[in-house]
Design a protein around this ligand. Structure first.
Ligand code: PLP
Length: 485
């Protein structure tokens, strides 16, 4: 009877490996462990690379031996007369570009996510600032169900009455005259970059194509948005970065002035850097950028993919800064969990973007538009942002008191609205993991920060609950630290 043992700790992949006789015909691999595996061996073979390759074979093996239930019908592959089996905790067919935690969710209710084993987690990730109205919000469910019975897709060859309505609403809530719908944040930023360049082209200055960006920024994972992001760790291995971006230190006005030249077309900035560690620009910086743009004829572009749609306590973060951009990107919370992105621009900024200059097959898809119109319906109701700000204040106060009690674990609260970061003293990944043990989900960010991004509908009781869990996680990390020293 086969003896299969698990070597790896229960991280992403559980790998099992056993010898099979050299002569076993391939069609026999799937028969049974007792015939296929005369004696199991454990090699601790856990590299995701191998898992990804193994997954390509797409075979399954059924075990008749006394093996763990999870092993039955597990995907496996054969290499050098050895069989490698993966249990159902692996995600063998997904490109392993994400370091996924070993929990799967199958349902959400408001601020809660329910795992496949029934455990309830307080979701302070909101799918990284996406589920602004929480999970399964009744208004969003209804809007999608209704739209699903009417029309899913009809292309941009035809008029889109609901898309027009959403665009008009976004314009009436913002500085913009025109909107382009797409499907993600990176796609919105790609469009922003094109629009900024085309503005100058259409005004007779094709040489003005360069955009100033900031260290610590994050604008997406496509080639242009990676070049705008400018972080070596994301760019390495993907060939020469796309030309056209001049990156300067965040908040350094003199560096911005120096970087402006005859080829400069605009400045691109997040009102608060999210992925970079919930970093706000120094006071007066955004105003100074606006002034510079006006003096030099540059476009000011705000990336509000993360800050937009209520996250910072108003519909758009720029409305709280007193600085109005010429172009803005949105995505994440715009569809409340349904993929949709948008570019918002003034008519002057968008000069030249005529038929054929840009496009997207799925952009403005009726399902996405229905979701986004429903999100806006909820957000523009009186009192919605008062609630966000009230919860923000409460969360910040409570977090500050945890910092007072655990200065060896956490050191600073940052951010606005419900885009909150706490700077960790311990490695931020350790804090995220300790919080996950307490069934509180949070997101890491740059600068050793842990982001608290609850759905904007979070209640006072849920905020208090989250802080109790944080307190417990900090206590555990403190005592680990003491034990280690
Ligand atoms: N811009 C900002 C500010 C972001 O935070 C992100 C994603 O985190 C993006 C752009 C990219 O968005 P997406 O992942 O939807 O492409």
């Amino acid at each position: 009877m086969a003896r299969l043992t698990r070597k790896s700790p229960p991280t992403r992949f559980h790998m099992f490996r056993g010898e099979i006789p050299a002569k076993t015909p391939p069609q026999d691999y799937g028969i049974s462990v007792s015939r296929g595996f005369p004696g199991g061996i454990d090699t601790g073979f856990t590299k995701p690379k191998i898992v990804a390759r193994a997954a390509l074979k797409r075979r399954h093996v059924s075990f008749s031996g006394p093996v763990n239930g999870a092993l039955r019908n597990a995907p496996f592959t054969v290499r050098n007369n050895q069989v490698i089996v993966m249990t159902n905790s692996a995600a063998p067919h997904l490109l392993p570009v994400f370091a996924r935690a070993d929990i799967g969710f199958e349902r959400g209710e408001g601020v809660w996510l329910i795992a496949t084993n029934g455990d309830r987690y307080l979701d302070f990730t909101s799918g990284v600032a996406v589920n602004a109205l929480g999970h399964a919000h009744p208004a969003l469910v209804k809007a999608l169900q209704e739209q699903a019975t009417k029309l899913w897709h009809m292309s941009n060859l035809f008029q889109s009455p609901d898309g027009e309505k959403l665009a008009a609403r976004l314009c009436s809530e913002s500085f913009a005259d025109l909107v382009f719908f797409c499907n993600s944040g990176a796609e919105a930023l790609e469009g922003v970059i094109k629009l900024v360049r085309h503005h100058h082209f259409s005004k007779g200055h094709p040489e003005r194509y360069r955009i100033i960006t900031f260290e610590g920024a994050f604008h997406g994972r496509t080639l242009a948005t990676l070049a705008a992001t400018g972080a070596a760790k994301y760019l390495e291995g993907f060939g020469p970065p796309m030309d056209g971006f001049d990156q300067v230190p965040h908040g350094d006005l003199e560096a911005v002035k120096k970087a402006i030249g005859p080829h400069t077309a605009g400045i691109l900035i997040e009102p608060i850097q999210g992925e970079g560690g919930v970093r706000s620009a120094p006071s007066g910086f955004l105003k100074a950028l606006r002034q510079l743009c006006d003096e030099k004829g540059l476009l000011l572009a705000f990336d509000e993919v993360q800050t937009g749609m209520g996250r910072t306590g108003d519909l758009f973060a720029y409305r709280r800064t007193g600085v109005t951009p010429d172009v803005m990107s949105l995505a994440k919370a715009l569809g409340g969990g349904f993929p949709i992105g948008a570019i918002l621009a003034t008519a002057d900024a968008a000069a030249g973007m005529g038929p054929g200059s840009h496009g997207s097959t799925f952009g403005g898809n009726p399902l996405a538009i229905a979701a986004a119109n429903a999100v806006l319906d909820v957000m523009v109701k009186p009192g919605f942002f008062d609630h966000v700000q009230k919860m923000s204040l409460l969360l910040k106060q409570k977090l500050a008191s945890v910092i007072d009690r655990h200065p060896d674990v956490v050191s600073e609260v940052r951010g606005e609205g419900l885009l909150i970061g706490i700077k960790a003293v311990v490695p931020s990944g350790d804090l995220v993991a300790a919080l996950r043990k307490e069934k509180l989900l949070t997101v890491g960010a740059g600068d050793n920060v842990v982001r608290f991004l609850p759905p904007l509908i979070v209640t006072e009781a849920e905020i208090e609950d989250s802080v109790i869990r944080l307190e417990r996680a900090c206590a555990a990390l403190s005592s680990n630290k003491r034990a280690a020293s």
